[in-house]
Each structure stands twice: as C-alpha cells, then as structure tokens.
Design a protein around this ligand. Structure first.
Ligand SMILES: [Zn+2]
Length: 461
C-alpha cells in the first residue's frame, strides 16, 4: 500500500507546480478548511452554526455587506449560510453548494482524532476532509479571492453551505432553503459534490462530472396472517408468502435503460479500459443488449448504472418460536433511474411479488430528480479547464447511483452538476469511513480547478 501511496504523491508532485493557486490563497483555503474540520458538525451530536457564523464573520471582514449574507436554518444549532457575490447580472446566478455537516466519527475507530485537522504524509486527515468540507472551504476561499482581485462576473455567484445533508433534521439544508428562502438560492444551475477525479495507482485516469443521480426509495413487503399453534401448521404461512415473493424478486432484473448521461459515460469509460471490457463498454454506448448482459453479470456498479435496482435489505417476522407467524415483512431498497418513477417501480414490484397475501407499499421516497441537461457551455468549460490542468485526462459525465442534495435542486428545476476538481484513489474511498483524508496537492489543485471553472462559466461570451 505504501508504494501506491508514494506513487500517488510522486505523480501529483510532478504536475503540481503549474496548477497551484498563489501561496496566500492556498494558506487562506487551508485555514478555512482546518477551522471547518475542527468544528464538530456530526449530524446527530454536532452543530453547523459555529461554522456558518465563522464564515460570515470572515466574509464581513473581507468587505462583504451583511445584507448579502444569510445565516439561518430549521433549528438554531443547525444553521446554513448563503452569501451572494454580485456580478453584472447579464446572466442568472450560479449556485455553488457544499454541505458543512458530516457523518459522525468516533475517536476510538480512528488512528488520529477525527476532529483534529492533521497534515501527514501528503494527506489532510479529519472527518469531512473529503466529504464535504474541502469543497465548502474552497468555495469560500475562492469567493474571497474573486473579491480581492476585483473580479466582476457576468452573473451573481451564490455560495450556500448547508446543514443536515448527511441526515438529522427535520428537513433542513437545501430542502429548507428551497421552501423558506428560495430567492436567496434561485439560480440558473448549481455546482455541488457528487463527482470527482479518479486515481488508479496514483495516476489520474478520469475526471468525472455528475449530471444525474438515481432516486432512493424504500418499499415494504408485508404479509399478515391470523397465525395459530405451530404444532398444527398449515400452508398459508406469512413467512412462506414473504419468502416466495422475495425469492421471485431475487431472480428479477429491471430492463436495461440507458440515458444520455450513461451513454456518454460508457463511451468515455471505454477509453480507460482495454480488451473485451473496452469493447463491451463501447458496444453498450451503442445500445448492445448482449454487451449490457455480459457487463451486468460481472460488475455490480455498472449493472446499477444501466437499470433500476431493487434489493431486500431488512427482515422482520414471527412473534414466538412456537407460533405460526402473524406477520412477516421485508424492506426492499430501490435505486431508481432518473427516467423511471417510484409509482412505476411499485407496480413492477407488485407484479414480481405475484401474491395477493403480500402487500407492497412505498415506505420512503425521496422525490424524483431528473437528469440535468448536458449543456454545451458547461461541458465545454469542464473539458477545457480539465485539459489545461491535466492534459490527457479523460472527462466522464456520470450518474451517481447514490444521492446528494442535488436531487432537491434538480427536482425544483435547478440543474445541478457534481464538480470538485479533487482526485481520489478509486479503490480507497474513505468518505463516511475511518481515517477520512484528502491528498494535500489535490486539495490545492481542486481549489485552482474550481476557481478557473467558475471564472469561465461566469465570463461567457
Ligand atoms: Zn457529501
């Protein structure tokens, strides 16, 4: 592992010199980043308000008027911050989004204190270093840099740092802002987490831009029965009804359904592979069902990119070892393609269950988020800055199989793009896990990337 790690640092160093922001801006970003990571904002035990207030104070000290800064949220402990940097108004604003809450982290699980910002062996360690305080810190540092440089964008730039993305609530963050302070974040499109660059053995292989997300939904399969004494079993048994339905679900697959984003994804990813895999990805982009079948069988991630998936994740049932069950139930978790719908999936699940003793209902759904359009100006800017900073690195439009706060914006008609400019080892993702970290050089390069990218998007011809 050490070799891989050393190689990662080495490979990045080789290119780093041209891609770093001025030293003063690096220091500023690092200072904000450190302050954010060391402010405990775990979504159950922590608070985001101290971070929001610290950012507000910093911005005011830089000359941002108080009237352009909003701090508030669903509850006093969990504030969001929204700040507006005024442009000429020739175009509608861009929303620059990041969340400042984090997944909980326990000291005993980690090698270092998760709420201490530690720079070690070429990495920044600490909870949130990757998800999502790097982006939050960079948005703030870059906004200050724009102001110091007197940059006049052709549209307003709005930075929103939000609470409760990782859970908690009641509803807060982007959802709360949309319902209560929509005018503050109303924008033509938004940039958010959700995609980044990928390193394999320390080499940059691709730079992803998130254009779509699957929708999350939980369904309940439930079978009820009058029960009875287990010494006199009958075939009408709640557990057997449920088991039968789940067994049929286990052998069911939703049809393949590619969209504009996943087609482009396979087209680009084919260039990163060799041999049969490369050939199959290219064929998938052209619509070959046979290639989809082959890839789906061996690669769970790719399978999930090509179809809606549903899987049993939890079970309950029976009330005593010596009684016929009166209840058997299962949670079925689905990740639904942007073009599909929760209602349609419900109908399919009922058909698959194929038993009127098994009732299928929607337990939790998180709204429908359409894919964002692959706008030429955004894609061009993304390719251009990527190409300038990291020549030869392929850009890949991606659909996340998980969900981010981008879903609320997309649902509300604000197209959202996952863009970070940070690179991460594809096989060592630590977000939400122990010893979360960010490559030091990648952090500063991401700072440059987001600075340049936003600049291009806000100085359109
Ligand atoms: Zn996140």
């Amino acid at each position: 592992m050490c070799k891989v790690f050393l190689l990662a640092v080495y490979c990045l160093s080789a290119l780093a010199a041209n891609n770093l922001p001025p030293l003063a801006d690096q220091q500023l970003a690092r200072e904000i980043y450190k302050q954010m990571v060391e402010s405990q904002s775990g979504f159950t035990t922590g608070a985001t308000t101290p971070i929001a207030e610290a950012v507000a104070a910093r911005l005011k000290a830089e000359g941002f008027p108080a009237s352009d800064i909003f701090v508030g949220g669903a509850i006093p402990r969990k504030a969001n911050i929204v700040v507006r940097y005024h442009g000429t108004g020739a175009h509608k604003p861009i929303l620059l989004l990041a969340h400042i809450d984090v997944v909980e982290a326990k000291r005993e699980d980690w090698s270092t204190d998760p709420f201490q910002f530690i720079e070690k062996d070429g990495y920044f360690y600490g909870r949130g270093t990757s998800d999502d305080k790097a982006q939050a810190a960079v948005w703030v540092a870059n906004l200050i840099r724009f102001k110091r440089e007197g940059f006049k964008p052709d549209r307003d730039l709005i930075v929103a740092l939000t609470a409760d993305e990782e859970g908690g609530g009641p509803y807060n963050g982007v959802e709360w802002l949309l319902k209560n302070k929509r005018s503050l974040i109303q924008s033509e499109f938004a940039l958010n987490e959700g995609a980044r660059g990928e390193l394999v053995n320390g080499n940059r292989v691709s730079h992803d831009i998130g254009v779509a997300e699957k929708t999350y939904a939980d369904f309940r399969f439930e079978s009820r029965n009058k029960g009875g004494h287990s010494s006199r079993p009958i075939s009408d048994n709640a557990i057997y009804h449920l088991a039968g339905a789940l067994y049929r679900l286990s052998s069911y697959s939703f049809p393949f359904q590619l969209n504009q984003v996943t087609k482009a994804y396979f087209q680009q990813t084919a260039k990163l592979e060799t041999g049969d895999v490369a050939a199959d990805y290219a064929k998938i982009a052209e619509g070959s069902e046979a290639a989809m079948q082959r890839v789906a069988k061996t690669n769970a991630g790719m399978n999930s990119m090509m179809r809606t998936t549903c899987v049993a994740t939890q079970l309950e049932g029976g009330h005593a070892p010596n009684a016929l069950p009166q209840l058997a139930a299962a949670n079925v978790n689905c990740r639904i393609l942007p073009d599909d719908s929760v209602e349609h999936v419900l109908q399919v699940l009922k058909q698959v269950a194929a038993d009127d003793q098994v009732v299928v209902t929607i337990k939790q759904e998180e709204g429908k988020a359409p894919a964002s359009p692959m706008r030429e100006d955004i894609m061009k800017a993304f390719n251009k800055v990527t190409d300038t900073m990291w020549p030869g690195v392929i850009t890949v439009p991606a659909m996340a199989t998980g969900a981010s706060d981008g879903r609320y914006l997309r649902e509300a008609g604000i197209p959202t793009y996952g863009v970070q400019g940070f690179f991460n080892d594809r096989d060592d993702v630590r977000a939400h896990g122990r010893d979360e970290r960010m490559l030091v050089l990648s952090f500063y390069e991401g700072q440059t990337f987001l600075y340049e990218f936003v600049k291009v998007l806000s100085t359109l011809p």
